[in-house]
Design a protein around this ligand. Structure first.
Ligand code: GRG
Length: 309
């Protein structure tokens, strides 16, 4: 299964901004940096497994958001690239662990067999561990030209986004909710704010922090991130029902099989689409005070709700 990775090249509400070209260029930069950051070395099995999942494609949305807000705040892509790579390492770790038999038990991810299907569960667990820990080392040792206080702030923010107040917290409530038809909207929103939106939030704010953005600007970016984060998950739930394995690069229909409460199961598909669009409009309004450099973020917000993969 190979994801189609198509992006509508029509101008979005961001006017003439060419999102397709922007994403392609940024993806290429991020992938070159990841390739270099996790070079093959001893013990080869571990590094091969890390590279297998890390370089398997994917939208690279989190690193691209980080680079975009660094530029928005007057910084360069080089300044944010180690953090951008770390975000993708953390995200990839979460996918590897999420796919394990003890979690979602998936066979396909990003159009190929999941990490544990190729390397075994033991190696897949260690691969995730190595990516997670290396992400922090990479930010701390490779970031150049930033205020050290801001680097510390980014490291702390990444830790918070991954731990009990982030991915792990969201995942454990998600696991506990499986098969329970009485899960409330409040619990569902807790799960997704932690599992999905928390990492998107630090992806957006970290780039701006490294570039020395004002607290007011960071607050507006945080609001943008929280809104796109929830919209992203609503669309993820919709795609699990409406898409195909070929397009998504992973199994579909998992939520219904696992009897998971999702936004479409609570609201229906049409209302879920309406809520996602409303969140995206609100996210774009959060950026009203920024100039033309906000165009990539506006276009990415539109892409999140219109995406088919
Ligand atoms: C072990 C510290 C530790 C944490 C892991 C497994 C876990 C805890 C959390 C699960 C987090 C998770 C997989 C959330 C789903 C987020 C999501 C919507 C992923 C899909 O992201 P895309 O569409 O994927 O951006 P690509 O492949 O394009 O990058």
């Amino acid at each position: 299964m190979v994801p189609t990775n198509s992006v509508d090249s029509k101008p979005s509400t961001a006017g003439q901004f060419d999102l397709k070209a922007y994403l392609a260029e940024r993806r290429q930069q991020v992938e070159a940096a990841l390739d270099q950051a996790v070079a093959l070395r001893y013990p080869e099995t571990l590094y091969e497994a890390m590279r297998y999942s890390l370089l398997a494609g994917g939208k690279r949305l989190r690193p691209i958001l980080c680079l975009a807000t660094c530029e928005l705040a007057g910084g360069s892509t080089a300044l944010a690239m180690p953090t951008a790579c770390a975000l993708e390492m953390i995200h990839t770790m979460s996918l590897i662990h999420d796919d394990l038999p003890a979690m979602d038990n998936d066979d396909y991810r990003r159009g190929r067999l999941t990490n544990h299907k190729v390397y075994g569960e033991d190696v897949a667990i260690l691969t995730g561990d190595a990516l997670l820990t290396y992400a922090f080392e990479h930010v701390a040792t490779q970031t150049q030209g930033a205020d050290p206080n801001q680097v510390l702030r980014v490291v702390a923010g990444l830790g918070k986004a991954v731990g009990g107040e982030g991915l792990v917290g969201g995942q454990i409530v998600d696991l506990a909710s499986e098969g329970n038809p009485d899960v409330t909207l409040e619990t569902l929103t807790y799960i997704h704010n932690h599992k999905t939106a928390a990492l998107l939030e630090i992806s957006v704010t970290s780039g701006a922090m490294l570039a020395g953005a004002s607290e007011d600007d960071i607050d507006h970016l945080r609001q943008y991130a929280q809104r796109i984060g929830l919209a992203f998950q609503i669309v993820d739930d919709i795609l699990d029902i409406t898409s195909t394995p070929e397009t998504l690069g992973k199994s579909v229909g998992k939520d219904i099989t696992a009897q998971k409460v999702t936004y479409p199961s609570l609201w229906g598909l049409d209302e879920s689409r309406r809520q996602a669009s409303q969140l995206i409009e609100a996210a774009k309004e959060s950026l009203a005070g920024f100039g033309d450099l906000r165009l990539p973020l506006l276009a990415i917000a539109d892409f999140i709700v219109a995406r088919t993969y």
